[in-house]
Design a protein around this ligand. Structure first.
Ligand SMILES: Nc1ncnc2c1ncn2[C@@H]1O[C@H](COP(=O)(O)OP(=O)(O)OP(=O)(O)O)[C@@H](O)[C@H]1O
Ligand SMILES: [Mg+2]
Length: 228
């Protein structure tokens, strides 16, 4: 458990513009935000409003145009890519719009791959617990292509949570799921956040899922506001 009260994630005046032809798109307008351990933050907003842009900047997959990103007080956005990748590996779990599974590996081996890359010892109990709570226990020896879209999405979530990241960034993790499964997945993310003291950001179009969020933000034309 984290004992300090400093934020897990800080955005300090972070913004991002894109050029599309002659036009400048203000994908993310200057934004300040702190997210603490144990907080489950939901982000709503129409298509093209800048949600994924912000999430990829939070996770260091993209650099901010201006401003700085801190993770556990460390100046994340100003590190060299190699150091950023190292922090990403240790501290961040991504659940992205395109589920991040390796097509030619069985689901069980997706977890082993993480251990191999990160140099960590396998934790089969944790893997099996996650598979069970996401209702995919029987697919350990299946390939991603043999699963349904929703099962694949749940497997990607299990893999993202496996290394016990301090920060979880989820971009529409329930998009491929029916209502009941979507609610289950949102609850699993909320439980992980509260029980294991993680900081979680979940982008969603589904307002019903916001019941399990501690804080709800809205993105509109690159501008982030607090709803509750
Ligand atoms: N690499 C890029 N180059 C140019 N423009 C981009 C790039 N990535 C995103 N944009 C533009 O930035 C704006 C925000 O895009 P973003 O992907 O963040 O939206 P979003 O809120 O995640 O939308 P959705 O709900 O459809 O996923 C859009 O106008 C998009 O066209
Ligand atoms: Mg998006």
């Amino acid at each position: 458990m984290t004992t300090s009260n400093s934020p897990v994630l800080t955005l300090d005046n972070v913004s991002k513009d894109f050029r599309q032809g002659d036009e400048i798109i203000h994908a993310l307008r200057p934004t300040d935000l702190d997210i603490y351990a144990g907080e489950f933050v939901g982000i709503l907003g129409p298509s093209g409003s800048g949600k994924s842009t912000m999430l990829t900047i939070m996770g260091g997959l993209r650099s901010p145009g201006n401003g700085r990103v801190f993770i556990n007080g460390e100046k994340f956005s100003e590190l060299k890519e190699k150091q950023r990748a190292e922090i990403r590996h240790r501290k961040i779990g991504f659940v992205l719009q395109a589920a991040g599974l390796v097509p030619f590996l069985q689901i069980n081996d997706q977890f082993s791959l993480y251990d191999r890359v990160a140099g960590t010892k396998p934790n089969f109990d944790r893997r099996d617990d996650l598979m069970k709570s996401l209702d995919i226990s029987k697919y350990g020896k299946s390939y991603p292509g043999d699963l349904s879209g929703g099962e694949r999405q749940r497997a990607a979530i299990a893999v993202a949570l496996y290394h016990d990241p301090a920060l979880i960034l989820a971009d529409e993790p329930t998009a491929a799921l029916d209502t009941q499964r979507a609610m289950t997945v949102a609850k699993i993310l909320a439980d992980q956040t509260h029980e294991r003291d993680k900081a979680t950001v979940m982008v969603t179009h589904d307002e019903r899922l916001l019941d399990v969020c501690d804080r709800v933000l809205q993105m509109k034309d690159g501008e982030l506001t607090t709803i509750r």
